[in-house]
Design a protein around this ligand. Sequence first.
Ligand code: NAI
Ligand code: NA
Length: 399
Amino acid sequence: MLIEPVIKGVVARTAHPEGCKKAVQNQIDFAKSKNSIVGGAKKVLILGASSGFGLASRIALTFGGSAADTIGVSFERGPSDKGVGTAGWYNNIYFREAAEKEGRIAKNFVGDAFSPAVRQQVVDYIRDEFGGQVDLVVYSLATGVRPNPETGEMWRSCLKTVGEPFAGQTVNIEKDCLEESVLEPASQADIEATEKVMGGEDWQEWIQFLLDQDVMAKGAKTVAYSYIGPEVTYPIYHHGTLGIAKKHLHATSDVLNEQLASIGGTAHVSVCKALVTKASVFIPAFSPYILCLFKVMKQHGLHEGCIEQMQRMFSEHLYGAEQTVVDSNRLIRVDDWELRADIQAEVAKLMEQVTSENFTEIGDYQGYKQEFLELNGFALNGVDYQQGTDVEALKALQP
Ligand code: NAI
Ligand code: NA
């Protein structure tokens, strides 16, 4: 069977397994070429390991100098009669194969990270087969829903403003156009639900559980990921529902940092650069900014993808130095290049010019779309897309 990209709006409905393998391998090659993480973790649990920053963390820690064994938890779908499955499903498999080839453990749990059953399975595995403890927990979940354990109902996060509505333009990748969109102001219930889904509560519950079960090693660290962005995007992100959830995440890192002090450990949030991931393409009205940002950062040779960000974060901030390198709010800042004054000044100039007619020239739409396609295993150099895929053979692959 030939697998073609099928895109609906900003959602890819198909994924190309061989292309996913190649994309994972490209990240592995980058991490190996750097080999720069000194004194890093050896036994790592990654929540949200199958794509984006979580996958890049896993690759950096295994191949970028730390030679870590990893446990990855993710929510993905394998091949069935309905389709070939998700990109993250194949990322898990091909990462594990590559790691095992180098003698590393790479255990995948595919299930709901919010469920007590999955937590227990992970702890049992750490105890029985992973040496008993972990020395780093990466929290990189991105999702729209979280079950309320008391009612069984779902909390649903939303992308809304707080206060005034905000009108802007959003890329439609399916139709290669910019569409007018309006972010509506959130209700108090919207704000609370978004905080439940994307704030720090579940991170805290995980760490508490791992501590209670005595599977956090002496000196263990934990890190979660956040975004702040420049002021032009504050109404959309930092001052909107997601930003409020992120502030909760930041506050949680301080709580966890105190808690982990009892075992000589630390908790941090790393503020990252705006990037194309399965999660980020959903943010309405953010497109003009990210298209102009990519253009300017590439012109300055400062553009990074997930793997570049994570390799730099682990080697220069979380490990390597005597103490974790943070700002005055105790945040790790690998969004430093994005927020450089000269970069932002140029981005602001371009944003003034962007229209729905010229966005493919003023902004880096080609690069943006290319990264989106690559996330799903398409448009990668060195993959023969005319070669058919044997879906039956894929069904035999286990996570
Ligand atoms: P992503 O969509 O690429 O990855 C999300 C991961 O979470 C996947 O592995 C997915 O399988 C997993 N997941 C989702 N729901 C799950 C569930 N119920 N149980 C188990 N696994 C589940 O997202 P991305 O962009 O890597 O986001 C990770 C973090 O990085 C988020 O906190 C996000 O806010 C943050 N971030 C993202 C930026 C961006 O531009 N993409 C910028 C800065 C921070
Ligand atoms: Na992730």
